[in-house]
Write a protein that binds this ligand. Structure first.
Ligand SMILES: Cc1ncc(C[n+]2csc(CCOP(=O)(O)OP(=O)(O)O)c2C)c(N)n1
Length: 544
Protein backbone atom coordinates (compact mmCIF):
# COMPACT_ATOMS: atom_id res chain seq x y z
CA UNK A 1 0.00 0.00 0.00
CA UNK A 2 1.15 3.56 -0.64
CA UNK A 3 2.29 5.28 2.58
CA UNK A 4 -0.16 8.16 2.05
CA UNK A 5 -3.03 5.64 1.74
CA UNK A 6 -1.86 4.04 4.96
CA UNK A 7 -1.68 7.47 6.59
CA UNK A 8 -5.34 8.14 5.71
CA UNK A 9 -6.27 4.65 6.96
CA UNK A 10 -4.49 5.43 10.21
CA UNK A 11 -6.44 8.70 10.55
CA UNK A 12 -9.69 6.84 9.88
CA UNK A 13 -8.71 4.25 12.45
CA UNK A 14 -8.38 7.09 14.99
CA UNK A 15 -11.94 8.19 14.17
CA UNK A 16 -11.05 11.38 12.27
CA UNK A 17 -14.10 13.02 10.70
CA UNK A 18 -12.70 16.30 9.34
CA UNK A 19 -9.39 17.44 7.96
CA UNK A 20 -9.05 21.23 7.89
CA UNK A 21 -6.48 22.93 5.75
CA UNK A 22 -4.84 24.02 2.56
CA UNK A 23 -2.90 21.39 0.61
CA UNK A 24 0.26 22.30 -1.28
CA UNK A 25 2.07 20.38 -3.97
CA UNK A 26 4.00 18.50 -1.27
CA UNK A 27 0.71 17.08 0.09
CA UNK A 28 -0.72 15.86 -3.22
CA UNK A 29 -0.22 12.15 -2.56
CA UNK A 30 -2.01 12.56 0.77
CA UNK A 31 -4.78 14.56 -0.89
CA UNK A 32 -5.25 11.85 -3.51
CA UNK A 33 -5.44 9.23 -0.75
CA UNK A 34 -7.96 11.39 1.10
CA UNK A 35 -10.14 11.51 -2.03
CA UNK A 36 -10.80 7.81 -1.47
CA UNK A 37 -11.94 8.25 2.14
CA UNK A 38 -15.64 7.95 2.88
CA UNK A 39 -15.10 8.86 6.51
CA UNK A 40 -13.00 12.01 6.42
CA UNK A 41 -14.39 15.26 5.03
CA UNK A 42 -11.86 17.76 3.71
CA UNK A 43 -12.65 21.27 4.92
CA UNK A 44 -10.77 23.53 2.53
CA UNK A 45 -9.88 26.78 4.31
CA UNK A 46 -8.62 30.14 3.09
CA UNK A 47 -5.82 30.48 5.65
CA UNK A 48 -3.92 27.79 7.52
CA UNK A 49 -4.23 29.71 10.79
CA UNK A 50 -8.01 29.43 10.58
CA UNK A 51 -7.73 25.72 9.72
CA UNK A 52 -5.64 25.27 12.87
CA UNK A 53 -8.14 27.18 15.01
CA UNK A 54 -10.94 24.98 13.63
CA UNK A 55 -9.02 21.76 14.30
CA UNK A 56 -8.16 22.89 17.83
CA UNK A 57 -11.77 23.83 18.57
CA UNK A 58 -12.95 20.47 17.25
CA UNK A 59 -10.55 18.94 19.80
CA UNK A 60 -11.77 21.21 22.58
CA UNK A 61 -15.41 20.33 21.99
CA UNK A 62 -15.06 16.59 21.42
CA UNK A 63 -11.95 15.59 23.41
CA UNK A 64 -10.82 13.88 20.18
CA UNK A 65 -7.85 15.16 18.20
CA UNK A 66 -8.72 17.73 15.54
CA UNK A 67 -6.57 17.39 12.42
CA UNK A 68 -5.28 20.07 10.05
CA UNK A 69 -3.08 20.04 6.98
CA UNK A 70 -0.66 22.47 5.36
CA UNK A 71 2.19 22.39 2.94
CA UNK A 72 5.84 22.96 3.84
CA UNK A 73 7.44 26.37 4.56
CA UNK A 74 4.86 29.17 4.39
CA UNK A 75 1.85 26.88 4.92
CA UNK A 76 3.46 25.34 7.98
CA UNK A 77 4.63 28.66 9.43
CA UNK A 78 1.02 29.85 9.19
CA UNK A 79 0.19 27.15 11.74
CA UNK A 80 2.33 28.76 14.43
CA UNK A 81 -0.43 30.77 16.15
CA UNK A 82 -2.93 27.92 16.01
CA UNK A 83 -0.33 25.53 17.44
CA UNK A 84 0.19 27.90 20.38
CA UNK A 85 -3.59 28.30 20.72
CA UNK A 86 -4.11 24.53 21.03
CA UNK A 87 -1.06 23.99 23.20
CA UNK A 88 -1.80 26.71 25.76
CA UNK A 89 -5.55 26.06 25.66
CA UNK A 90 -5.10 22.28 26.18
CA UNK A 91 -6.92 21.37 22.97
CA UNK A 92 -5.93 18.11 21.27
CA UNK A 93 -4.80 18.92 17.72
CA UNK A 94 -2.61 17.25 15.09
CA UNK A 95 -0.95 19.35 12.40
CA UNK A 96 0.24 17.51 9.30
CA UNK A 97 2.66 19.33 7.04
CA UNK A 98 4.36 18.32 3.80
CA UNK A 99 8.03 18.58 2.92
CA UNK A 100 10.27 18.26 -0.15
CA UNK A 101 11.72 14.78 -0.72
CA UNK A 102 14.24 14.03 2.02
CA UNK A 103 16.21 11.32 0.21
CA UNK A 104 17.09 13.45 -2.81
CA UNK A 105 15.84 16.86 -3.89
CA UNK A 106 16.36 18.83 -7.06
CA UNK A 107 15.17 22.15 -5.65
CA UNK A 108 18.01 23.11 -3.32
CA UNK A 109 16.69 24.95 -0.26
CA UNK A 110 13.64 26.49 -1.98
CA UNK A 111 10.86 26.92 0.65
CA UNK A 112 12.79 24.83 3.15
CA UNK A 113 12.33 25.78 6.80
CA UNK A 114 13.08 23.36 9.64
CA UNK A 115 9.42 22.99 10.58
CA UNK A 116 9.96 20.13 13.01
CA UNK A 117 12.28 22.30 15.10
CA UNK A 118 10.05 25.35 14.67
CA UNK A 119 7.19 23.35 16.21
CA UNK A 120 9.27 22.10 19.14
CA UNK A 121 8.33 24.82 21.71
CA UNK A 122 4.72 24.89 20.48
CA UNK A 123 3.86 21.21 20.69
CA UNK A 124 3.96 18.11 22.86
CA UNK A 125 5.44 16.12 19.99
CA UNK A 126 6.91 17.01 16.60
CA UNK A 127 8.33 14.44 14.22
CA UNK A 128 9.43 13.95 10.63
CA UNK A 129 8.28 10.62 9.22
CA UNK A 130 11.31 9.09 7.51
CA UNK A 131 9.85 5.78 6.35
CA UNK A 132 6.44 4.61 5.14
CA UNK A 133 6.73 1.70 7.56
CA UNK A 134 6.61 4.01 10.57
CA UNK A 135 3.34 5.73 9.58
CA UNK A 136 1.06 3.60 11.81
CA UNK A 137 3.17 3.93 14.95
CA UNK A 138 3.89 7.67 14.51
CA UNK A 139 0.23 8.50 13.86
CA UNK A 140 -0.84 6.49 16.90
CA UNK A 141 1.82 8.16 19.05
CA UNK A 142 0.72 11.60 17.85
CA UNK A 143 -2.92 10.93 18.79
CA UNK A 144 -1.95 9.38 22.13
CA UNK A 145 0.05 12.43 23.12
CA UNK A 146 -2.42 14.97 21.78
CA UNK A 147 -5.26 13.51 23.88
CA UNK A 148 -3.42 12.52 27.05
CA UNK A 149 -3.79 15.04 29.89
CA UNK A 150 -2.80 17.82 29.59
CA UNK A 151 -4.04 17.73 25.94
CA UNK A 152 -2.31 19.88 23.33
CA UNK A 153 -0.78 20.24 19.89
CA UNK A 154 1.28 17.63 18.02
CA UNK A 155 2.90 17.78 14.60
CA UNK A 156 3.85 15.23 11.93
CA UNK A 157 5.80 16.08 8.82
CA UNK A 158 5.21 13.76 5.87
CA UNK A 159 7.80 14.37 3.13
CA UNK A 160 6.79 13.84 -0.50
CA UNK A 161 9.05 10.87 -1.17
CA UNK A 162 7.91 9.09 2.00
CA UNK A 163 4.23 9.69 1.16
CA UNK A 164 4.59 7.72 -2.09
CA UNK A 165 6.68 4.85 -0.68
CA UNK A 166 5.24 1.36 -0.60
CA UNK A 167 4.67 -0.24 2.77
CA UNK A 168 2.86 -3.26 4.18
CA UNK A 169 2.99 -2.33 7.88
CA UNK A 170 -0.29 -3.02 9.69
CA UNK A 171 -2.16 -0.32 11.61
CA UNK A 172 -1.33 0.10 15.26
CA UNK A 173 -4.06 -0.98 17.70
CA UNK A 174 -5.68 1.89 19.65
CA UNK A 175 -5.12 1.56 23.36
CA UNK A 176 -7.57 2.83 25.92
CA UNK A 177 -5.56 3.98 28.90
CA UNK A 178 -7.44 4.86 32.06
CA UNK A 179 -6.30 8.07 33.67
CA UNK A 180 -4.43 7.64 36.95
CA UNK A 181 -6.54 8.29 40.03
CA UNK A 182 -5.41 10.43 42.96
CA UNK A 183 -3.57 8.96 45.86
CA UNK A 184 -5.64 8.18 48.96
CA UNK A 185 -3.48 10.14 51.42
CA UNK A 186 -3.76 13.28 49.32
CA UNK A 187 -7.55 12.87 49.31
CA UNK A 188 -7.61 12.35 53.08
CA UNK A 189 -5.49 15.45 53.67
CA UNK A 190 -7.61 17.54 51.33
CA UNK A 191 -10.81 16.37 52.99
CA UNK A 192 -9.41 17.22 56.43
CA UNK A 193 -8.29 20.65 55.27
CA UNK A 194 -11.69 21.42 53.76
CA UNK A 195 -13.56 20.26 56.87
CA UNK A 196 -11.37 22.31 59.19
CA UNK A 197 -11.57 25.50 57.09
CA UNK A 198 -13.93 28.22 58.21
CA UNK A 199 -14.90 29.71 54.86
CA UNK A 200 -13.78 27.54 51.94
CA UNK A 201 -14.46 28.56 48.35
CA UNK A 202 -14.43 26.39 45.23
CA UNK A 203 -12.73 27.62 42.05
CA UNK A 204 -13.57 25.96 38.72
CA UNK A 205 -10.96 26.43 35.98
CA UNK A 206 -10.18 25.32 32.44
CA UNK A 207 -9.05 21.79 33.32
CA UNK A 208 -12.46 21.01 34.83
CA UNK A 209 -14.02 21.57 31.42
CA UNK A 210 -13.82 17.88 30.54
CA UNK A 211 -16.47 15.28 30.03
CA UNK A 212 -17.87 13.79 33.26
CA UNK A 213 -16.42 16.36 35.66
CA UNK A 214 -19.38 18.66 35.51
CA UNK A 215 -21.81 16.23 37.18
CA UNK A 216 -19.29 15.44 39.92
CA UNK A 217 -18.74 19.12 40.62
CA UNK A 218 -22.47 19.79 40.66
CA UNK A 219 -22.91 17.01 43.24
CA UNK A 220 -20.02 18.37 45.28
CA UNK A 221 -21.53 21.85 45.39
CA UNK A 222 -25.03 20.57 46.13
CA UNK A 223 -23.94 18.22 48.92
CA UNK A 224 -21.38 20.47 50.62
CA UNK A 225 -23.07 23.82 50.00
CA UNK A 226 -19.65 25.38 49.32
CA UNK A 227 -20.00 28.47 47.08
CA UNK A 228 -18.01 28.57 43.82
CA UNK A 229 -16.53 30.93 41.27
CA UNK A 230 -15.10 30.31 37.81
CA UNK A 231 -12.18 31.30 35.62
CA UNK A 232 -12.99 32.43 32.08
CA UNK A 233 -12.31 28.95 30.68
CA UNK A 234 -14.17 27.25 33.51
CA UNK A 235 -17.44 28.93 32.58
CA UNK A 236 -20.39 26.58 32.24
CA UNK A 237 -18.85 23.48 33.86
CA UNK A 238 -21.53 24.06 36.49
CA UNK A 239 -24.59 26.14 35.63
CA UNK A 240 -23.79 29.74 36.57
CA UNK A 241 -27.44 30.31 37.55
CA UNK A 242 -26.77 28.14 40.59
CA UNK A 243 -27.54 30.09 43.79
CA UNK A 244 -24.06 29.23 45.06
CA UNK A 245 -22.31 30.81 42.05
CA UNK A 246 -20.51 33.97 43.12
CA UNK A 247 -19.06 35.22 39.85
CA UNK A 248 -16.33 34.98 37.28
CA UNK A 249 -12.74 35.95 37.97
CA UNK A 250 -12.16 37.66 34.62
CA UNK A 251 -9.99 40.20 36.42
CA UNK A 252 -7.10 39.12 38.65
CA UNK A 253 -7.65 41.71 41.38
CA UNK A 254 -9.91 44.52 42.60
CA UNK A 255 -13.13 43.03 41.25
CA UNK A 256 -16.05 42.73 43.73
CA UNK A 257 -15.50 38.96 43.57
CA UNK A 258 -12.13 39.52 45.27
CA UNK A 259 -13.97 40.69 48.40
CA UNK A 260 -15.14 37.09 48.74
CA UNK A 261 -11.80 35.58 47.74
CA UNK A 262 -9.99 37.78 50.27
CA UNK A 263 -12.32 36.58 53.03
CA UNK A 264 -11.91 32.86 52.18
CA UNK A 265 -9.38 30.93 54.22
CA UNK A 266 -9.21 28.05 51.74
CA UNK A 267 -9.57 27.87 47.95
CA UNK A 268 -10.31 24.46 46.48
CA UNK A 269 -8.94 25.00 43.00
CA UNK A 270 -10.30 22.51 40.51
CA UNK A 271 -8.64 22.64 37.12
CA UNK A 272 -7.03 26.05 37.09
CA UNK A 273 -3.41 26.24 36.02
CA UNK A 274 -1.17 29.23 35.53
CA UNK A 275 -1.51 29.18 31.74
CA UNK A 276 -4.85 30.89 32.27
CA UNK A 277 -4.79 34.47 33.57
CA UNK A 278 -4.67 34.30 37.41
CA UNK A 279 -8.11 34.48 39.05
CA UNK A 280 -6.37 35.92 42.14
CA UNK A 281 -2.81 36.50 43.27
CA UNK A 282 -1.48 34.36 46.08
CA UNK A 283 0.72 36.04 48.64
CA UNK A 284 2.95 34.28 51.14
CA UNK A 285 0.99 32.92 54.15
CA UNK A 286 -2.20 34.64 53.06
CA UNK A 287 -4.51 31.80 52.20
CA UNK A 288 -4.49 28.05 51.81
CA UNK A 289 -4.99 26.55 48.35
CA UNK A 290 -5.66 22.94 47.38
CA UNK A 291 -4.70 22.26 43.77
CA UNK A 292 -6.88 19.56 42.19
CA UNK A 293 -5.79 18.77 38.66
CA UNK A 294 -4.49 16.15 36.26
CA UNK A 295 -0.96 17.40 36.81
CA UNK A 296 0.91 19.17 39.55
CA UNK A 297 1.15 22.95 39.83
CA UNK A 298 3.95 24.77 38.01
CA UNK A 299 6.01 26.84 40.41
CA UNK A 300 4.93 30.46 40.09
CA UNK A 301 5.27 33.55 42.28
CA UNK A 302 1.48 34.14 42.19
CA UNK A 303 0.44 30.52 42.66
CA UNK A 304 2.00 28.00 45.11
CA UNK A 305 -0.68 25.69 46.52
CA UNK A 306 0.05 24.08 49.88
CA UNK A 307 -1.65 20.78 48.97
CA UNK A 308 -2.00 19.00 45.62
CA UNK A 309 -4.43 16.25 44.63
CA UNK A 310 -3.15 14.92 41.33
CA UNK A 311 -5.07 12.57 39.06
CA UNK A 312 -8.38 12.37 37.26
CA UNK A 313 -10.37 15.42 38.36
CA UNK A 314 -13.79 13.73 38.27
CA UNK A 315 -12.50 10.89 40.41
CA UNK A 316 -10.83 13.30 42.87
CA UNK A 317 -14.09 15.17 43.41
CA UNK A 318 -16.02 11.94 43.81
CA UNK A 319 -13.54 10.61 46.39
CA UNK A 320 -13.55 13.90 48.28
CA UNK A 321 -17.31 13.93 48.39
CA UNK A 322 -17.35 10.45 49.93
CA UNK A 323 -15.23 11.73 52.80
CA UNK A 324 -16.48 15.25 53.42
CA UNK A 325 -19.41 16.07 55.65
CA UNK A 326 -21.02 19.48 55.83
CA UNK A 327 -19.54 21.29 58.80
CA UNK A 328 -21.53 23.40 61.26
CA UNK A 329 -18.41 25.55 61.64
CA UNK A 330 -18.45 26.59 57.97
CA UNK A 331 -19.53 30.19 57.59
CA UNK A 332 -20.62 31.40 54.15
CA UNK A 333 -22.65 34.39 55.32
CA UNK A 334 -20.17 36.96 54.01
CA UNK A 335 -20.06 35.21 50.61
CA UNK A 336 -23.86 35.46 50.42
CA UNK A 337 -23.62 39.20 51.05
CA UNK A 338 -20.98 39.60 48.32
CA UNK A 339 -23.09 37.54 45.92
CA UNK A 340 -26.07 39.82 46.41
CA UNK A 341 -23.84 42.82 45.73
CA UNK A 342 -22.25 41.25 42.62
CA UNK A 343 -25.66 40.27 41.24
CA UNK A 344 -26.77 43.90 41.61
CA UNK A 345 -23.66 45.15 39.78
CA UNK A 346 -24.17 42.63 36.98
CA UNK A 347 -27.73 43.80 36.45
CA UNK A 348 -26.66 47.41 35.80
CA UNK A 349 -27.08 48.44 32.16
CA UNK A 350 -28.81 45.26 31.03
CA UNK A 351 -31.72 47.27 29.61
CA UNK A 352 -29.76 50.41 28.71
CA UNK A 353 -31.51 51.98 25.69
CA UNK A 354 -28.41 54.04 24.73
CA UNK A 355 -26.83 53.76 21.32
CA UNK A 356 -24.11 52.87 20.29
CA UNK A 357 -24.99 49.95 22.49
CA UNK A 358 -23.56 49.56 26.00
CA UNK A 359 -21.56 46.32 26.49
CA UNK A 360 -23.85 45.25 29.36
CA UNK A 361 -26.96 45.54 27.18
CA UNK A 362 -25.22 43.66 24.40
CA UNK A 363 -24.28 40.78 26.72
CA UNK A 364 -27.77 40.70 28.23
CA UNK A 365 -29.41 40.57 24.80
CA UNK A 366 -27.11 37.77 23.62
CA UNK A 367 -28.02 35.80 26.76
CA UNK A 368 -31.72 36.47 26.14
CA UNK A 369 -31.53 35.11 22.61
CA UNK A 370 -29.29 32.07 23.16
CA UNK A 371 -30.81 28.79 24.29
CA UNK A 372 -29.30 26.90 27.25
CA UNK A 373 -27.14 24.78 24.97
CA UNK A 374 -26.42 27.51 22.39
CA UNK A 375 -22.71 28.14 21.88
CA UNK A 376 -21.05 31.55 21.78
CA UNK A 377 -17.52 31.72 20.38
CA UNK A 378 -15.61 34.83 21.35
CA UNK A 379 -12.69 36.42 19.59
CA UNK A 380 -10.32 38.52 21.72
CA UNK A 381 -11.12 42.08 22.68
CA UNK A 382 -12.35 44.04 25.64
CA UNK A 383 -15.89 42.67 25.25
CA UNK A 384 -14.53 39.27 26.33
CA UNK A 385 -14.24 40.61 29.86
CA UNK A 386 -17.85 41.81 29.79
CA UNK A 387 -19.02 38.40 28.59
CA UNK A 388 -16.94 36.59 31.20
CA UNK A 389 -18.38 38.77 33.97
CA UNK A 390 -21.97 39.23 32.85
CA UNK A 391 -22.93 36.24 30.67
CA UNK A 392 -24.19 33.35 32.77
CA UNK A 393 -23.15 30.07 31.10
CA UNK A 394 -25.76 27.36 31.55
CA UNK A 395 -23.95 24.31 30.19
CA UNK A 396 -20.35 23.11 29.67
CA UNK A 397 -18.59 24.26 26.51
CA UNK A 398 -21.23 26.84 25.63
CA UNK A 399 -18.84 29.78 26.07
CA UNK A 400 -15.77 29.22 23.92
CA UNK A 401 -13.23 31.86 24.70
CA UNK A 402 -9.47 31.81 24.80
CA UNK A 403 -7.95 32.97 28.04
CA UNK A 404 -4.68 31.13 27.48
CA UNK A 405 -3.03 32.42 24.29
CA UNK A 406 -5.80 35.03 24.05
CA UNK A 407 -5.23 35.42 20.34
CA UNK A 408 -7.29 37.58 18.04
CA UNK A 409 -8.71 35.93 14.91
CA UNK A 410 -10.13 32.72 16.41
CA UNK A 411 -13.74 33.81 16.91
CA UNK A 412 -15.09 33.02 13.45
CA UNK A 413 -13.08 29.80 12.87
CA UNK A 414 -13.98 28.44 16.31
CA UNK A 415 -17.68 29.11 15.63
CA UNK A 416 -17.38 27.30 12.29
CA UNK A 417 -15.86 24.28 14.04
CA UNK A 418 -18.63 24.39 16.67
CA UNK A 419 -21.17 24.40 13.84
CA UNK A 420 -19.64 21.23 12.35
CA UNK A 421 -19.56 19.45 15.72
CA UNK A 422 -23.02 20.62 16.82
CA UNK A 423 -25.16 20.93 13.67
CA UNK A 424 -28.40 21.36 15.64
CA UNK A 425 -27.41 23.92 18.25
CA UNK A 426 -27.40 27.69 18.01
CA UNK A 427 -23.88 28.95 17.26
CA UNK A 428 -22.80 32.59 17.34
CA UNK A 429 -19.35 34.09 16.76
CA UNK A 430 -18.77 37.32 18.68
CA UNK A 431 -15.87 39.40 17.38
CA UNK A 432 -14.45 42.89 17.58
CA UNK A 433 -14.00 44.61 14.24
CA UNK A 434 -10.23 44.12 14.71
CA UNK A 435 -10.31 40.39 15.47
CA UNK A 436 -12.97 39.65 12.86
CA UNK A 437 -10.87 41.17 10.09
CA UNK A 438 -7.94 38.90 11.00
CA UNK A 439 -9.74 35.84 9.60
CA UNK A 440 -12.79 37.26 7.83
CA UNK A 441 -11.77 35.45 4.62
CA UNK A 442 -13.23 32.30 6.22
CA UNK A 443 -16.69 33.68 5.50
CA UNK A 444 -16.17 32.20 2.06
CA UNK A 445 -15.50 28.76 3.62
CA UNK A 446 -18.59 29.05 5.81
CA UNK A 447 -20.81 30.07 2.88
CA UNK A 448 -19.36 27.38 0.60
CA UNK A 449 -20.03 24.73 3.26
CA UNK A 450 -23.62 25.92 3.56
CA UNK A 451 -23.29 26.73 7.25
CA UNK A 452 -25.99 28.35 9.34
CA UNK A 453 -24.06 30.79 11.47
CA UNK A 454 -24.44 34.19 13.09
CA UNK A 455 -21.43 36.49 13.39
CA UNK A 456 -21.79 39.51 15.64
CA UNK A 457 -19.26 42.25 14.90
CA UNK A 458 -18.79 44.83 17.65
CA UNK A 459 -17.76 47.95 15.85
CA UNK A 460 -15.70 50.66 17.54
CA UNK A 461 -13.31 51.39 14.64
CA UNK A 462 -10.28 50.72 16.81
CA UNK A 463 -8.35 48.25 18.96
CA UNK A 464 -10.62 48.86 21.94
CA UNK A 465 -8.87 46.57 24.40
CA UNK A 466 -5.57 48.36 23.87
CA UNK A 467 -7.26 51.76 24.11
CA UNK A 468 -8.66 50.68 27.45
CA UNK A 469 -5.21 49.73 28.75
CA UNK A 470 -3.72 52.91 27.20
CA UNK A 471 -6.16 55.04 29.17
CA UNK A 472 -5.41 53.08 32.33
CA UNK A 473 -1.72 53.90 31.94
CA UNK A 474 -2.55 57.58 31.63
CA UNK A 475 -1.44 57.83 27.99
CA UNK A 476 -3.17 59.88 25.30
CA UNK A 477 -5.66 58.17 22.98
CA UNK A 478 -3.32 57.70 20.00
CA UNK A 479 -2.36 55.19 17.32
CA UNK A 480 -5.17 52.66 17.67
CA UNK A 481 -7.95 53.84 15.31
CA UNK A 482 -8.73 52.42 11.89
CA UNK A 483 -11.44 52.36 9.24
CA UNK A 484 -13.64 49.40 8.39
CA UNK A 485 -15.26 47.97 5.28
CA UNK A 486 -19.00 48.37 4.88
CA UNK A 487 -19.80 45.11 6.68
CA UNK A 488 -23.24 44.74 5.09
CA UNK A 489 -21.78 44.92 1.59
CA UNK A 490 -18.80 42.86 2.72
CA UNK A 491 -21.14 40.07 3.84
CA UNK A 492 -23.11 40.27 0.59
CA UNK A 493 -19.94 39.97 -1.49
CA UNK A 494 -19.36 36.54 0.12
CA UNK A 495 -22.95 35.42 -0.35
CA UNK A 496 -23.69 35.99 3.33
CA UNK A 497 -26.43 38.22 4.79
CA UNK A 498 -25.42 41.55 6.29
CA UNK A 499 -27.37 43.47 8.96
CA UNK A 500 -26.57 46.82 10.52
CA UNK A 501 -28.00 47.70 13.91
CA UNK A 502 -29.18 51.34 14.13
CA UNK A 503 -30.78 51.35 17.61
CA UNK A 504 -30.33 49.28 20.77
CA UNK A 505 -33.80 47.72 20.43
CA UNK A 506 -32.97 46.32 17.00
CA UNK A 507 -30.26 43.96 18.19
CA UNK A 508 -32.36 41.31 19.92
CA UNK A 509 -34.88 40.76 17.07
CA UNK A 510 -32.11 40.81 14.45
CA UNK A 511 -30.15 38.15 16.33
CA UNK A 512 -33.30 36.08 16.85
CA UNK A 513 -34.26 36.19 13.18
CA UNK A 514 -30.70 35.50 12.02
CA UNK A 515 -30.35 32.49 14.33
CA UNK A 516 -33.58 31.05 12.96
CA UNK A 517 -32.77 31.70 9.29
CA UNK A 518 -30.50 29.61 7.08
CA UNK A 519 -27.14 30.92 5.88
CA UNK A 520 -24.33 33.02 7.31
CA UNK A 521 -25.50 36.26 8.95
CA UNK A 522 -23.19 39.13 9.79
CA UNK A 523 -24.57 41.63 12.28
CA UNK A 524 -22.67 44.89 12.71
CA UNK A 525 -23.41 46.55 16.03
CA UNK A 526 -21.75 49.83 17.03
CA UNK A 527 -20.62 49.59 20.63
CA UNK A 528 -20.04 52.28 23.24
CA UNK A 529 -16.91 51.51 25.18
CA UNK A 530 -17.04 54.56 27.46
CA UNK A 531 -18.12 52.30 30.34
CA UNK A 532 -14.96 50.22 30.02
CA UNK A 533 -13.40 52.68 32.44
CA UNK A 534 -15.60 51.08 35.14
CA UNK A 535 -13.60 47.88 34.77
CA UNK A 536 -10.30 49.57 35.45
CA UNK A 537 -8.56 48.71 38.65
CA UNK A 538 -9.66 51.04 41.39
CA UNK A 539 -9.87 51.09 45.14
CA UNK A 540 -12.14 48.21 46.09
CA UNK A 541 -14.59 48.96 48.88
CA UNK A 542 -16.00 45.66 50.08
CA UNK A 543 -19.27 45.23 51.97
CA UNK A 544 -18.78 45.31 55.75
C1 LIG B 1 -3.13 38.12 17.17
C2 LIG B 1 -3.16 39.17 18.23
N1 LIG B 1 -2.64 40.39 17.98
C3 LIG B 1 -2.70 41.34 18.93
C4 LIG B 1 -3.26 41.09 20.14
C5 LIG B 1 -3.31 42.18 21.21
N2 LIG B 1 -4.71 42.62 21.34
C6 LIG B 1 -5.55 42.11 22.26
S1 LIG B 1 -7.06 42.69 22.15
C7 LIG B 1 -6.65 43.74 20.90
C8 LIG B 1 -7.66 44.65 20.29
C9 LIG B 1 -8.85 43.93 19.79
O1 LIG B 1 -9.60 44.79 19.00
P1 LIG B 1 -11.03 44.36 18.49
O2 LIG B 1 -10.98 42.99 17.94
O3 LIG B 1 -11.57 45.40 17.61
O4 LIG B 1 -11.87 44.26 19.84
P2 LIG B 1 -12.22 45.44 20.87
O5 LIG B 1 -11.27 45.34 22.01
O6 LIG B 1 -12.09 46.76 20.13
O7 LIG B 1 -13.63 45.18 21.27
C10 LIG B 1 -5.31 43.59 20.56
C11 LIG B 1 -4.61 44.35 19.49
C12 LIG B 1 -3.78 39.79 20.36
N3 LIG B 1 -4.34 39.43 21.51
N4 LIG B 1 -3.73 38.88 19.37
Amino acid sequence: MKASDLFVRALEHEGVEFLFGIPGEENLDLLESLRGSEQIQLILNRHEQAAGFMAATYGRLTGKTGVCLATLGPGATNFVTSAAYAQLGAMPMLMITGQKPIKSSKQGQFQIVDIVEMMRPLTKYTHQIVSGDSVPSRVREAFRLAEEERPGAVHLELPEDIACEDTDTPLFPKDRVRRPIPEEKAIAQAAALIESAQSPLLLIGAGANRKRTSKMLFNFIRDTGIPFFTTQMGKGVVDERDPLFLGNAALSANDPLHCAIDRADLIINVGHDVVEKPPFFMEADSLQVIHINFSSASVDPVYFPQLEVIGDIGNSIWQLLLRINRQKTWDFSYFAKVKEWIDEIRAVGNDDPGFPIAPQRLVADVRRVMSDDGIICLDNGVYKIWFALNYRAHQPNTVLLDNALATMGAGLPSAMAARLVEPDKQVMAICGDGGFMMNSQELETAVRLGMNLVVLILRDDGYGMIKWKQADMGFADWGLDYGNPDFVQYAASYGAYGHRIGAADELLPTMRESLAAPGVHLIEVPVNYAVNQDLLEKELVCPA
